[in-house]
Design a protein around this ligand. Structure first.
Ligand code: SF4
Length: 434
């Protein structure tokens, strides 16, 4: 079989230490068909080559820019445009995208009149940058979000550390003496910006917060002899920040965030949030349930939506263009058939790419010393009942352990350890990467 399109023949390898740039051929077609591109092919290289004892920012750690076979083609898109009457909004869609979730906003009134912010995607950035610290003035919330983007920090993680400090201040656990004079009162966006500068420079109080979502509450908690209290107010999963939607009324989606192979992220949204008839879940399901049996039923829908999402992530297209779109799986498998020339490429093969990616992410975990207890390493707030709505007085907590076991079982992983088994890896053609 010959590849007709979708791939350029080379990978470019840049070695900053040796100051060399070399071209090397793409892997063979059988490898491409298994891993396709994007997240899939990136993980293939990561597992083959990257030392597993390095931090992401270490000089030895590779930084990969990996696209997929549908990038630059007329791949599926849609026609959704968001408009705002108060400010001047100019859509700035990406190449070949009719959705246009990227846009500029020019403030037309108030003290920030004339200021232009650039945004992309949903409200997650603003939730992390502004809502977490009580900034409810829209102009300042937008400006703060733009500031996060400009300095290149991720709002879910960074915002959750800053939010933890604000909450501790407002509870009286820390004072201006601790913060070097900064008044971290709810909504004080100027103090937040000053604090972020301290964090970036690792100066003053900000240096403690710069240690991140796992270490910062420990440092402050030890200092104040309030370790449990600081841990309780810190929102994280496995030390990373979530997109700050409150997922407590969608247990399938919350479980998908907890179990995702990259720290909390949109991988398995489940039928609670994103039904998908092509993966067996055509109807929206209730997010909160009353029995273990109903909770366990969510697990397969998390897996199936996770496989589908990760298939899309291997293609070089934007998830917004396919998620929730009728025939999003079939049309992308078809697009790969047309683009690459794999005329017999099926939906099942596409879903197997997603399953392979989930297993490869788990192999990265395992090679870095993952223990099952770490599956449950998260801020306790995820497991508190919500104050109102469908999750009022209800929590995922009693079901989480059995759901994790069931997920392992369905993945064919060892239930006691969360590790993929040789048999499962062989079935997916991953034995050589283990
Ligand atoms: S490609 Fe995706 S992120 Fe970019 S503008 Fe379109 S919908 Fe938004």
């Amino acid at each position: 079989m010959t590849i007709r399109g979708g791939y350029q023949p080379h990978i470019l390898r840049v070695d900053l230490t040796k100051q060399t740039v070399t071209k090397e051929p793409l892997p063979g077609e059988s490898v491409l068909r298994q891993f396709v591109g994007g997240t899939g092919l990136g993980l293939y290289y990561l597992l083959k080559e990257a030392p597993m004892d390095v931090k992401a920012t270490d000089p030895r750690a590779p930084l990969m820019f990996m696209t997929g076979p549908l990038a630059g083609t007329p791949a599926p898109s849609s026609n959704w445009v968001n408009a705002c009457k108060r400010w001047k909004v100019t859509p700035k869609p990406s190449y070949n995208c009719k959705i246009g979730c990227a846009y500029d906003v020019q403030m037309t009134d108030g003290p920030l009149a004339g200021y232009v912010c650039s945004f992309c995607g949903g409200g997650e950035n603003t939730e992390g940058a502004a809502a977490m610290i009580g900034v409810d003035n829209p102009s300042y919330a937008m400006m703060l979000t733009d500031y996060y983007d400009d300095i290149g920090v991720e709002a879910g993680t960074f915002g959750s550390v800053v939010g933890m400090a604000f909450e501790a201040y407002n509870r009286g656990w820390i004072t201006k003496t601790d913060t070097g004079g900064l008044a971290l009162t709810w909504g004080n966006w100027e103090a937040a910006m000053a604090l972020i500068q301290q964090m970036l420079r690792r100066e003053g109080f900000g240096a403690k917060l710069a240690e991140g979502l796992k270490l910062a509450p420990r440092i402050l908690g030890d200092e104040k002899r309030l370790l449990n209290e600081f841990r309780k107010i810190t929102v994280h999963v496995k030390g990373a920040g979530v997109n700050i939607h409150d997922w407590r009324p969608w247990w399938g989606t919350l479980f998908g965030q907890i179990i995702a192979g990259t720290g909390p992220s949109h991988q398995g949204l489940s039928s609670d949030n994103r039904p998908n008839d092509e993966v067996g879940y055509p109807q929206l399901t209730p997010g909160v349930v009353d029995t273990l049996e109903e909770a366990l039923k969510k697990v397969d829908s998390v897996r199936m939506t996770q496989f589908c999402k990760l298939w899309w992530d291997s293609l070089g297209i934007c998830w917004f263009a396919v998620s929730g779109v009728t025939h999003g799986l079939t049309s992308t498998a078809q697009a790969v058939r047309h683009t690459v020339g794999w005329d017999d490429y099926t939906n099942e093969e596409a879903m197997a790419v997603g399953e392979r990616i989930v297993n490869m992410m788990r192999l990265v975990y395992v090679k870095r010393g993952f223990q099952k207890t770490e599956e449950f390493d998260m801020g306790p707030r995820f497991l508190e009942p919500a104050p109102a709505g469908p999750a009022k007085e209800k929590t995922l907590a009693p079901y989480l352990g059995p759901m994790v076991d069931e997920y392992y079982r369905q993945m064919g992983w060892e239930v006691a350890t969360g590790r993929p088994t040789p048999t499962g890896l062989r079935r997916l053609g991953l034995s050589a990467l283990a």
